[in-house]
Design a protein around this ligand. Structure first.
Ligand code: NAD
Ligand code: ZN
Length: 374
């Protein structure tokens, strides 16, 4: 998207925004217990008995009730995947090869069940089954030309907004960047708050803060517009309820699930900002997972987002969260340079955060100082 300054001179209409014509998730079902509709939802998508549904499931569910509730038919297959590391282009390519080797027909559908890791793997696999080459070739914007296989997402932890977004973020050989395309969003999403039972407290906080940080970066950014603002404000308000106020666990599960959705919608027509740019560098070099990496960075961004960072500190206190320290204590000069290179390559993020002349406001030294504190 592109933001242009108006020449009208009216402060109320200071910005005219032009943007793409983006598709949204086509179908969504929300509610406790809605996971049980999965079989019925998949039935009309099944092409024939030779075209399986492939279920990519976070391996935290291996041997658990959720796995036994999957509506398997014919030659369907469950592939359990660890979310210990962020999804990689090589992992997507290996899944494509495996499916093409084992089945004569393209799958009827890909179902992703888990956090952002599994959401992104499912989205990337669906489009890479119909587009040639390696997934690393498609890290960028609008490089996917063919429609993917039907894909359905079921989040089991809330915050990333990956269930609603137009991107599948992957770690590639050279960069951490998403496959952003009109074919990436899910055809169907099932939002069942029951499935977020069992998330560890610290992980719940880190992934939830991803949502909070999406809102701060969108609402404080120069790309802001009424579309993004309406979703961002709602998600911001829900995050404050979840992380600062009293409430039942059930209420908080439902509120955070919707905050994640709205936070994702908010950045559809804006962008994230400084925390995400710097966090991408940290994840790329140190393998720190997205939610935690964002928290580690955001913790030191009071200069850029004073109000957001003050609230973040209050949320950490309220939730009894202690961030790990010394992550960058022993990094080499070349690792530091790579982190800085990756972070500074995120042009749209910096432009959203600091404006068109962002390069005059941030340099390698600024980032080095932030990384040294982590
Ligand atoms: P995750 O998928 O990395 O999972 C975090 C941990 O929570 C894992 O250990 C997982 O096993 C566990 N977990 C998930 N559900 C659970 C449950 N119900 N019970 C117990 N444990 C559970 O977490 P995430 O923070 O949701 O996703 C991070 C990923 O999302 C990163 O790779 C990031 O790049 C990506 N991301 C994508 C987008 C997008 O728009 N596509 C946006 C933001 C982040
Ligand atoms: Zn994020």
């Amino acid at each position: 998207m592109e933001t242009k300054q108006s020449t009208s001179g009216s402060p109320a209409k200071a910005k005219i925004t032009t943007h793409g014509n983006f598709p949204l998730v086509k179908h969504v079902v929300y509610g406790r217990g809605s996971f049980s509709q999965l079989g019925d939802i998949l039935l009309p998508q099944r092409k024939n008995s030779e075209a399986p549904v492939i279920f990519l499931v976070d391996d935290v569910f291996e041997g658990k009730t959720l796995a036994s509730r999957l509506p398997l038919l014919f030659n369907d297959r469950i592939i359990f995947i660890s979310a210990d590391e962020e999804p990689k282009t090589s992992q997507v390519d290996a899944l494509v090869s495996l499916i093409k080797q084992e089945y004569e027909e393209l799958p009827s559908g890909i179902v992703g069940i888990g956090g952002g890791t599994l959401m992104d793997l499912a989205k990337a696999l669906a489009v890479m089954l119909t587009n040639k080459g390696t997934s690393a070739d498609y890290q960028g914007w609008d490089l996917i030309s063919r429609e993917g296989v039907y894909h359905l997402g079921i989040p089991t932890i809330s915050g990333t907004g990956a269930e609603v977004s137009r991107t599948a973020v992957l770690m590639g050989p050279e960069k951490k960047l998403g496959i952003n395309s009109d074919h990436t969003p899910f055809d169907q999403v099932i939002l069942d708050p029951d499935l977020t039972d069992g998330v560890a407290h610290d992980q719940w906080f880190y992934t939830g803060m991803d949502c909070f940080i999406h809102c701060v970066e969108s609402l404080e950014g120069t790309y802001l517009n009424e579309f993004s603002k309406s979703y961002g404000e709602k998600a911001y308000e829900l995050c404050k309820k979840v992380f600062l106020e009293e409430g039942s666990d059930a209420e908080k599960q439902e509120q955070l699930m919707m905050a994640s959705w709205h936070g994702g919608m908010s950045i559809a027509f804006s962008q994230v900002g400084v925390a995400h740019a710097v966090s991408y560098g940290l994840s790329f070099v140190k393998g720190v997972r997205h939610g935690l990496a964002n928290c580690l960075v955001f913790n030191h961004l009071d200069e850029y987002y004073p109000e957001g960072v003050a609230l973040f500190h209050a949320m950490m206190d309220k939730q009894g969260i202690h961030l790990p320290t010394g992550i960058c204590a022993n990094i080499t000069e070349s690792e530091m340079d790579t982190m800085i290179r990756v972070a500074l390559s995120m042009t749209p993020l910096w432009e959203n955060a600091l404006g068109k002349n962002w390069q005059e406001k941030v340099c390698a030294e600024t980032l080095r100082e932030i990384y040294k504190k982590i």
